[in-house]
Design a protein around this ligand. Structure first.
Ligand code: ADP
Ligand code: NI
Length: 214
C-alpha cells in the first residue's frame, strides 16, 4: 500500500514538472526524494513521511503554482485521494512549509522527518548540480551571470529575499555558500562539506578567469 502511494506520487510529480526548465524540474524532485531517503535511513526517520513530503515539496511552490501555494491544494488533493488521515496530511504539509529557504527568516524543521527533507532540498542547491541549477535559473529569469559593480546583499529577510533581483554569481554569496551551516543532520553535513568545497573552487576559478588571471 505504501509503495503504491509512493509510485503514484512519482508519476504525479513527473506530470506536474514535465515542462519546467528553471532548475526546479522533475529530476530535482526525484533527487530530493532519493537523497532524503538516504539521510532518513541513516538518521532513522519515518521513511513513508519523508518520501511523500520530499516528492510533494515543490508541487505548490510559490513560483510554479502561486494560486495553490497558500493552501497547498495540489499536495492536499493528492494525499486525500489516497485516503491518508487528516493528521498525516497535516504532518506532511507542515514539513513542506518548513522546507523552503526564506533568507534570514529560514527555520529549522521541528521533526526529524522535516530535517531530512530540508537537508536533501538544500544539498540539491549546492555542489556541481547546484551550480548548474543556479545558472539555469538565472537564464530562465533573464539574470546577468556576473556584474562586478553589483555587490551581494546579505542578511535579507524572507520578503527582501523574494523581491531581490541580483546576478547569478551573487546568488552563491546570498544563499548557496550559507547553506552548509544551516544543514540539520550529521549525515547531510558530511555531503554538504564536500559539495561546498567544490562550489567554492568553481567560483574562485570563475572570478580568476573574469579578471584575466587564468
Ligand atoms: P528549492 O526550494 O528547490 O531550493 P528555490 O526556488 O529556492 O528552490 O530555487 C530553485 C533553484 O534555483 C535552486 O537551485 C536555487 O539555488 C536556484 N535559484 C533560486 N534563486 C536564484 C537566483 N536568484 N539566482 C540563481 N539561482 C537561483
Ligand atoms: Ni526543491
Amino acid at each position: 500500500m505504501d509503495k503504491t502511494i509512493i509510485d503514484d506520487a512519482i508519476c504525479y510529480v513527473k506530470s506536474i514538472f514535465q515542462n519546467e526548465y528553471s532548475g526546479h524540474d522533475y529530476f530535482h524532485t526525484l533527487r530530493v526524494y532519493k537523497t532524503a531517503t538516504k539521510i532518513a535511513e541513516q538518521e532513522r526517520g519515518n521513511l513513508f513521511i519523508v518520501q511523500l513530503a520530499a516528492l510533494l515539496h515543490d508541487v505548490d511552490d510559490i513560483k510554479l503554482s502561486p494560486e495553490t501555494y497558500a493552501n497547498k491544494d495540489r499536495a492536499v488533493a493528492f494525499l486525500k485521494k489516497h485516503d491518508l488521515s487528516e493528521t498525516m496530511i497535516k504532518t506532511i504539509c507542515d514539513i513542506i512549509d518548513e522546507v523552503s529557504y526564506k533568507g534570514a527568516d529560514s527555520t529549522a524543521p521541528k521533526s526529524l522527518e522535516g530535517k531530512c527533507v530540508q537537508d536533501a532540498d538544500r544539498l540539491d542547491a549546492i555542489g556541481a548540480i547546484g551550480i548548474a541549477r543556479a545558472f539555469a535559473y538565472g537564464g530562465s529569469h533573464n539574470r546577468v551571470i556576473h556584474d562586478p559593480d553589483m555587490k551581494p546583499s546579505m542578511h535579507m529577510n524572507a520578503d527582501e529575499y523574494q523581491k531581490h533581483v541580483s546576478t547569478t554569481v551573487n546568488h552563491f554569496y546570498e544563499k548557496l555558500f550559507l547553506l552548509k551551516d544551516l544543514i540539520n543532520t550529521d549525515t547531510a553535513k558530511k555531503i554538504a562539506e564536500r559539495r561546498e568545497d567544490y562550489m567554492k573552487a568553481y567560483i574562485s576559478e570563475f572570478l580568476d578567469e573574469w579578471e584575466g588571471i587564468r
